[in-house]
Each structure stands twice: as structure tokens, then as C-alpha cells.
Design a protein around this ligand. Structure first.
Ligand code: ADP
Ligand code: MG
Length: 453
């Protein structure tokens, strides 16, 4: 039986409040499930059943929890996280399956409980990668091998890799996973060469059930590491072990990568992740807000998503910024708060001071509350024709695309159609105050005055 006396129960509430106030960046919705067990010998014991969460707390949140425990009790206390009510100190014995038998832990990356399939938002840009990753994690070595995922910075490659690891761990508790950055692989290899410990090195890697290497483009130009990686790859592959790789470029586009590696990387499934569309960006913001327990109104998600389109990490950064601003001013998150907090954030579109067509479309879709598919469709109903014409007018005004190009973009329309749209909106702006106001409002969301130097 778990003993949960009054003061311990109380401690939990005060701990939560302290962390939310002083370290909001580490707080997650699942912190609710952390259960204080006892306070004994100067140590507060906290129960965290899920191994990935527990390890994450130990590795990345111990100092904040220690600070919090000391602050709320006024005593010099330590914290420890255990997996079972009568658990041993996990710092002394990390869960074996995560460490990967025989691995010295420094090289192994820490899995983040934030990076699971549950928290991954699927959209047109990542649908294939997500589906394949799911299949891989459910059937190691049996679905796609190797599974190679590539795409730009901050588009979710690491998230997917970790989700695969976590799903595999949940399904089979004794699975041996090696999850490292390519740089660690390479450094480890070099140090083993120097120390004459290649036997060790090979033994470690070649007995895994799954090898997951992040940012494998790092191998570019590193001939010795490529050579060793090739042999590691072959050994694992031939014994049916799963290999998962991520990279910022497709195998063929990684410069100075040996041909034999290129062909190995291509022999399973190669999936690309693309930049998220507007709807996906909104959905991601909502998911992240939920994860950090932050109530964020719909219009704020829309506002941020319309501003940041290139990189999901920046999207999250903006959310953090808005939260921080709201906390500092002791108010909730609202559109005004978001605008103020992000006043110094140039929209990612605006970096060159030139709106992109995507940005225009996002703004129009949001304003008129219509879908991209409608804008691109052949439908001529007023409810879609007007927004489409506004898009064309704005594209003509703010981008350098020709009439033909703009027509092509909107479902393959003729340049005369675009010209007609541009003229129509131009005229209606002069004669119809509602249209004029709508267009100005839309423009206002993506055109920013250049700050005075
Ligand atoms: P990469 O490895 O491609 O540079 P990451 O996997 O580190 O990118 O992703 C950057 C951030 O964006 C992470 O916090 C990740 O959780 C988040 N992210 C990326 N794609 C998605 C998605 N589809 N759904 C939810 N979060 C995402
Ligand atoms: Mg990454």
C-alpha cells in the first residue's frame, strides 16, 4: 500500500505551483501523474512509472525539482525519482532497455517524453514519413529497412525517430536500441580506434535490435567513419535488425558520401518531411499548448501560424515567448498579448521583406475561413471566388510572379482570369468599403512596416 500522508499530498500541490511559476518551460501535462511517496532521510521520493518520463526527469529536471522542493519546504532536501513504490534509486541503475545492453550512457541520446506519436501532428508534409515510422516501430526489421527520413531543419525528424524508439520500447521491454547522433557515433568510433577498443565498439553496435542514427549527413567527407558505418550497417542489416536514419538531405544529395552507402540508404524506404501547411501549423500549436498546459485561444494559434511558416521549432519558440510575456504581465494569453510578445519577431516570410504567396494564401484563408482546396478548386461560387480574387490581387501587388504564374498556382487558371481578378478587386476596393476594409485587414497581417533604424 502506498502511504500518502497529509504533508506529502500537500507538498505535491505546492511543488506544482512553484514549478509552474518558476520553471514553466519544463512543466508538462503529465506532471500531474508524478506522485510524492515519502520524505525520508532528507530525500523526497517521487514516483514516475513510465521509464522514458522518469529518465527524462532524472536527466533534465533534477535541479529544478530540487530547487522547488527546497523552496516549498524551507529545508535542504534532495529528490529522487523511482519507478515503483518500493523502488531502488534509479540514478544508480538506469533502465536497461533504454541504455542498450553494454552501452556506456554518455553516447546515448536521452529520449524526450514530448516526442511520441501521440503528440505528433500529421499533415500533408509528413504523412508518408509518419505512416512508415509507425509501421517500422510496430515491426522492427520487418517493414521498411532501412528507414531513411530526410527534410529541412525543425520539421520533426528527431521527433519521429524518438517516437519510433518509444513505441518499440513500450511494445517489447527488452529490446536493445542504440539511439545516437551521427556525431556521437563518429566520435565514439574515433576514440575506440585510438584506444585500441574496436572489438568493444563492434560488439556494442552489432548486437542491437535497432540502430537509430540522427543527422547522418554528418558522415559527409568523413571517410573513416563512413567505412565503419558501412560495416555496422551491413552486419545489422544482414541479421534483419532495424536501421533508422535521419538526414537533412536525401541519400543522393548528401555530398561526399560513398556510393555504396548511398545505395544502402536507398534500399529501404526513403521518406521526406516537408514544411507544414497552415492548418498543420495551427494544429501543432494547439498540441504544443496542450502539452505545456497553456490555454491558448484559437485566434492566437492562427496569428502565430500565419507568421511562422518555415520551422516548427520556431513555432514552438513563439508560443514560449507569448507565454512568457503573458506571465510577466500577469495576464492570460490573448491576441493582444501575442501581438505584443511577437512585435520583434519578423514573420519568417518577412525576412526578405517580401511576402510569399503562401503567406498571402494563409492570411486570406484565415480571414475568410475557407480551405486551401476551395481556393484551388474550379468552384465559382461567390464564397470562394471573392477570396480567390483577393489572393490574386494581393499576389500581384506583393510578389513578383507574373499573371501566368499566379494563374498556374491557383488551379491552372489562365492569365486573363488573373487579370480579370486583379482589375475586379482594384475597382471594388474603390467602390465597396467592406471589400476595402477586408483587403486592408488581410494585408495588415502579413505586411509589416519596416522598423525605423
Ligand atoms: P528536426 O530533427 O527535423 O530538425 P525536430 O524533430 O527537432 O526537427 O522538431 C522540432 C520541433 O518541432 C520539436 O519540438 C518537435 O516536437 C516539433 N515538431 C515537428 N514536427 C511536428 C509535428 N508534426 N507535430 C508536433 N510537433 C512537431
Ligand atoms: Mg533533429
Amino acid at each position: 500500500m502506498r502511504k500518502s500522508n497529509q504533508s506529502i499530498g500537500d507538498l505535491k500541490a505546492r511543488l506544482d505551483a512553484y514549478l509552474r511559476q518558476n520553471h514553466p518551460e519544463i512543466c508538462r501535462h503529465w506532471f500531474d501523474e508524478i506522485e510524492p511517496l515519502d520524505l525520508n532521510g532528507g530525500v523526497v521520493t517521487l514516483l514516475v512509472c513510465e521509464p522514458v518520463r522518469r529518465q527524462y526527469l532524472q536527466r533534465t529536471c533534477t535541479s529544478q525539482f530540487t530547487e522547488a522542493v527546497q523552496a516549498v519546504t524551507g529545508r535542504l532536501l534532495a529528490v529522487r525519482f523511482v519507478g515503483e513504490p518500493n523502488g531502488v534509486d534509479e540514478r544508480a541503475s538506469p533502465p536497461e532497455n533504454i541504455s542498450g545492453g553494454g552501452f556506456e550512457l554518455e553516447e546515448q541520446l536521452v529520449l524526450s517524453p514530448d516526442y511520441t506519436f501521440d503528440s505528433f501532428v500529421v499533415g500533408p508534409g509528413n504523412r508518408l514519413a509518419h505512416a512508415a515510422a509507425n509501421a517500422v516501430s510496430a515491426n522492427l526489421g520487418g517493414a521498411y529497412n532501412p528507414f531513411f527520413i530526410h527534410g529541412g531543419v525543425g520539421l520533426g525528424k528527431t521527433h519521429i525517430l524518438q517516437a519510433i524508439c518509444q513505441t518499440a520500447l513500450r511494445q517489447r521491454s527488452r529490446v536493445q536500441i542504440g539511439y545516437l547522433s551521427c556525431q556521437s557515433f563518429s566520435e565514439l568510433f574515433m576514440s575506440c580506434v585510438k584506444a585500441g577498443r574496436m572489438q568493444d565498439f563492434r560488439h556494442r553496435f552489432r548486437n542491437l535490435d535497432m540502430l537509430v542514427i540522427d543527422d547522418v549527413h554528418f558522415l559527409s567527407k568523413r571517410e573513416q567513419s563512413q567505412e565503419e558505418f558501412f560495416h555496422t550497417f551491413n552486419t545489422l542489416y544482414q541479421s534483419g535488425k532495424q536501421i533508422v536514419l535521419s538526414s537533412d538531405a536525401s541519400p543522393n544529395d548528401i555530398p561526399d558520401l560513398e556510393e555504396r552507402l548511398v545505395s544502402r540508404f536507398n534500399c529501404g524506404l526513403v521518406a521526406r518531411v516537408d514544411r507544414p501547411c497552415y492548418e498543420t501549423r495551427v494544429a501543432i500549436l494547439k498540441a504544443k499548448a496542450l502539452l505545456i498546459n497553456l490555454p491558448v485561444p484559437e485566434d492566437v494559434c492562427a496569428y502565430i501560424a500565419a507568421r511562422i511558416d518555415s520551422n516548427i521549432r520556431e513555432l514552438e519558440g513563439s508560443l514560449a515567448k507569448v507565454r512568457c510575456y503573458a506571465m510577466a504581465n500577469n495576464v492570460g494569453v490573448s491576441l493582444d498579448v501575442a501581438k505584443a510578445a511577437m512585435s520583434d519577431v519578423r514573420s519568417t516570410f518577412g525576412r526578405s521583406n517580401q511576402p510569399t504567396i503562401q503567406m498571402i494564401i494563409d492570411a486570406v484563408m484565415y480571414y475568410f475561413d475557407i480551405k486551401l482546396s476551395d481556393l484551388m478548386s474550379k468552384r465559382r461560387h461567390k464564397s470562394v471566388a471573392l477570396p480567390r480574387q483577393v489572393c490574386m490581387w494581393l499576389a500581384r501587388k506583393h510578389t513578383r510572379y507574373s499573371l501566368e504564374e499566379i494563374g498556374g498556382y491557383f488551379g491552372g487558371r489562365d492569365h486573363t482570369t488573373v487579370l480579370h481578378a486583379v482589375r475586379t478587386i482594384g475597382l471594388r476596393r474603390d467602390s465597396d468599403p467592406d471589400i476595402c476594409k477586408a483587403v486592408d485587414r488581410i494585408e495588415g497581417t502579413f505586411v509589416h512596416e519596416t522598423p525605423v533604424a
